[in-house]
Ligand binder design. Structure first.
Ligand SMILES: Cc1ncc(COP(=O)(O)O)c(C=O)c1O
Length: 381
């Protein structure tokens, strides 16, 4: 049996999503910028998809700018804030995705802005007192803090962070790649200026997503050469991807609560199964708690001679999971998220298990058995 417990890296597409995309591969191929009937058909479909997505988010359709996914949306927000909206400083966290961290670092090096990392509390949450204090100096600032952390599942209070930003006239971008479609989010009611979404984290296709840009913020071209996406992002739209994204979000919000209950049950099953099999196991920054991203469990295994092979051994047992984010797995470097949280311990081994609506209790049983089998070997060794 092979089980997939790496849904924070990507999720399988749902059949309904594939079905929603197929007509745009087979039949409706017109360039949405063409003025003839073929183009008008696809243009209308894109605008309908945008309207459906905007309705889910409680915002105006014009605030949704389709991108190639989360990385581009994060890049776009940071560049727009600094290059077009006058921000002279980026405040972010050591635990952000590299799409934010590396972009901010590069901009600080090239564009002469400053970049600082907001300290985190022991539970991984932003220290709001420090943020309030730093912002009170009045320097035009972009704050970029993710909603749900992809490696350890820390959930930030984006409402409180956004309110703090509002009080000081700072802009606020949040990477909601891991939470969009998993939590109800009325962006229009939240003090947020930018938010990033990626379709493939919610059973949609890879290579598509969007950046939410708050109504009233006017930003210019992020990609030049075409007037698509209200001239914010030139280039023929990813029509097929956008159809999949809209369908994936429709499905996500349709029975979100049921899926959340289902996934929380699986997570609790894995927590108790691992606790029963592995003395001394811990869960990184309370990722087993209620107030954590429910789709992610970051397990911190005690010292073991085969810790370095754990991912590989789990893979051999048919369990697909991850040592960190998909982007950093394969790298010999410790995860920047665990290091940023002071949790990197060369003696111990952190493994991320992440779940989706398609995960079943049998998948979890299999993973627990696999962990047990590997630990049994350890005892005999
Ligand atoms: C939190 C977070 N931000 C951004 C990204 C990048 O999204 P995409 O793969 O759509 O570029 C990911 C994907 O790993 C992520 O987990």
């Amino acid at each position: 049996m092979n089980v997939y417990l790496d849904n924070a890296a990507t999720t399988p597409m749902l059949p309904e999503v594939v079905d929603a995309m197929l007509p745009f591969m087979r039949d409706h191929f017109g360039n949405p910028s063409s003025t003839h009937a073929f183009g008008r058909k696809t243009k209308t479909s894109i605008e309908q998809a945008r309207r459906r997505i905007a309705t889910h988010m409680g915002v105006a359709p014009k605030t949704i700018c389709f991108t190639s996914g989360g990385t581009e949306a994060d890049n776009m927000a940071l560049h727009a804030a600094v290059e077009q909206l006058g921000c002279q400083r980026i405040l972010t966290c050591a635990t952000e995705h590299k799409a934010v961290l590396a972009t901010a670092e590069l901009m600080a090096a090239k564009e002469g802005i400053s970049m600082d990392l907001i300290p985190l509390l022991d539970n991984g949450k932003v220290d709001l007192k420090v943020l309030e204090d730093w912002l009170s100096d009045g320097v035009p600032t972009l704050v970029s803090v993710m909603h749900g952390n992809n490696e350890v599942g820390v959930l930030q209070d984006i409402e409180a962070i956004g309110q703090c930003c509002r009080r000081h006239g700072a802009l606020f971008h949040t990477d909601t790649v891991q939470t969009m479609g998993h939590y109800r989010m009325n962006l229009g009611d939240l003090p947020i200026d930018f938010a990033a979404c990626s379709a493939h984290k919610l059973h949609g296709p890879k290579g598509t997503g969007f950046l939410y840009v708050r109504d009233g913020l006017r930003i210019g071209a992020h990609i030049t050469g075409g007037s698509q996406e209200r001239a914010m992002r030139g280039g023929t739209e990813n029509l097929i991807g956008i159809m999949g994204l809209a369908k994936a979000l429709d499905l996500a919000f349709h029975d979100l609560k049921d899926h959340e209950v289902h996934i929380r049950g699986l997570k609790a099953q894995l927590v108790s199964g691992i606790q029963a099999s592995v003395p001394g196991v811990r869960f990184n920054v309370d990722s087993d708690e209620e107030d954590a991203l429910y789709t992610v469990l970051s397990v911190n295994f005690p010292a073991h001679p085969k810790n370095g092979m754990l991912l590989f051994l789990l893979d051999l047992e048919g369990v697909a999971c991850s040592g960190g984010s998909a982007c950093s797995s394969g790298s010999a470097q410790p995860s920047h998220v665990l290091s940023g949280l002071g949790l990197h311990d060369p003696e111990r081994m952190s493994i991320r298990f992440s779940f989706s609506r398609l995960t079943t209790p049998a998948c979890i049983d299999h993973a627990i058995e696999a962990v047990r089998a590997i630990r049994k070997e350890e005892v005999q060794a």
